[in-house]
Design a protein around this ligand. Structure first.
Ligand code: SF4
Length: 349
């Protein structure tokens, strides 16, 4: 399973130092694919120049203008999201496919419920999920005609039922004949909390059935939070697949929980340590750790020491002090002001 996110702003050459740093950070957090909107040739030039500076596979998202796709493929771009139905004439489609084949670039067909062809949108013969699958099959048929198979498909809707049903139908229809990798996600899922909850509900169901090869959690929030959310959804799906045993089949083999697990208390009137502030300050950093560890962040002594005992590293309030634990042993007792520094020291150790 590969986690994907999407750059949230227009890329410009003047941002490159920051962009490279941020992309490296996303990679350490577990992001394995990064998509950029490429609305014009200038954006293609900027993305191409950036692609030479990073090891993260980059994806160009292109609509309508096949010349932008051709230009992107002059650079080390890993994948292009473009729908043949958007490009126009067969000659233009062929030009894109020929160059993609020559350069080894994968193409992603991305069909969204909001941009279905007119006839499918109005069809009384099929519901929206079936229309998403039909639209995808039409796009695939064009690739098939030219013998192009280095392709990934996504079918997204903001409606959970449509997303789940479309992906299930497509996986069932293609699995035995010609398994096409599926990129899964709920489009326009919403702001952080609602978007994570909705994506989690839909995507865990698909993942537990072994559906999905790449994943994005689309949030009105940061790329880092999209990556964290995807990691947590994959981890949760792995735990579900493990208890479902044989029925989860393929999913059980492909999913695993790795990296950091953060246990943090919701905080209440007993707290002596602000778990919210600590999590906000530390979360991105913790998710870049290349270790499978559990971190406990607790507000007070009621549950704190017990939870911290099970964790590899824990921090908990205790009256006007803060305790730092390593595998159940108190290693530092500090004030709240000193807590971050002390935690950093123990984490480094
Ligand atoms: Fe409240 Fe303490 Fe439990 Fe946190 S650990 S929710 S502060 S009782």
């Amino acid at each position: 399973m590969v986690i994907q996110t999407m750059w949230k702003d227009r890329l410009s050459f003047s941002d490159f130092d920051d962009a490279v740093r941020r992309i490296e950070g996303l990679g350490r957090m577990g992001c394995g694919l990064l998509r950029f909107a490429v609305p014009d040739i200038a954006a293609a030039e900027a993305l191409g120049a950036l692609a030479k500076l990073v090891s993260m596979p980059l994806v160009a998202d292109i609509h309508f203008d096949y010349k932008i796709a051709l230009r992107c493929m002059d650079f080390p771009i890993a994948k292009i999201r473009i729908n043949p139905g958007n490009i126009g004439s067969k000659e233009k489609v062929k030009a894109v496919l020929d160059k993609a084949a020559e350069k080894g670039v994968a193409l992603r067909i991305g069909v969204n419920a909001g941009s279905l062809p007119q006839d499918l949108r109005k069809s009384a013969a099929m519901d929206r999920a079936e229309a998403l699958v039909e639209a995808t099959q039409r796009e695939l048929a064009v690739f098939d005609e030219f013998g192009f198979t280095n392709v990934v498909v996504s079918m997204k809707a903001s409606n959970l039922a449509d997303t789940i049903k479309a992906n299930r139908l497509f996986a069932k229809a293609t699995d035995s004949l010609f398994p096409v990798p599926l990129h899964i996600g709920v489009t326009e899922a919403g702001p952080l909390v609602a978007g994570v909850a909705r994506s989690s509900a839909a995507l865990s169901l698909l993942l537990a059935q072994g559906i999905g090869d790449t994943i994005r959690v689309s949030l009105s929030d940061s790329m880092e939070n999209e990556v964290i959310a995807a990691r947590e959804i994959l981890g949760a799906a792995a735990e579900i697949a493990a208890i479902e045993g044989a029925t989860a089949g393929n999913a059980q083999r492909r999913l695993k929980r790795g990296g950091v697990t953060v246990i943090s208390c919701p905080r209440c009137g007993r707290h002596g340590f602000d778990t919210h502030g600590f999590c906000n300050r530390w979360l991105n950093r913790l998710y870049t750790l290349d270790r499978t560890i559990t971190v406990a962040v607790m507000g007070c002594e009621v549950n704190g020491p017990e939870e911290a005992r099970h964790a590899d590293i824990g921090i908990t309030g205790a009256g006007d002090k803060v305790l730092i634990f390593r595998r159940g042993v108190i290693v530092q007792t500090v004030t709240a002001v000193e807590a971050d520094k002390a935690f950093e020291e123990e984490l480094s150790r």
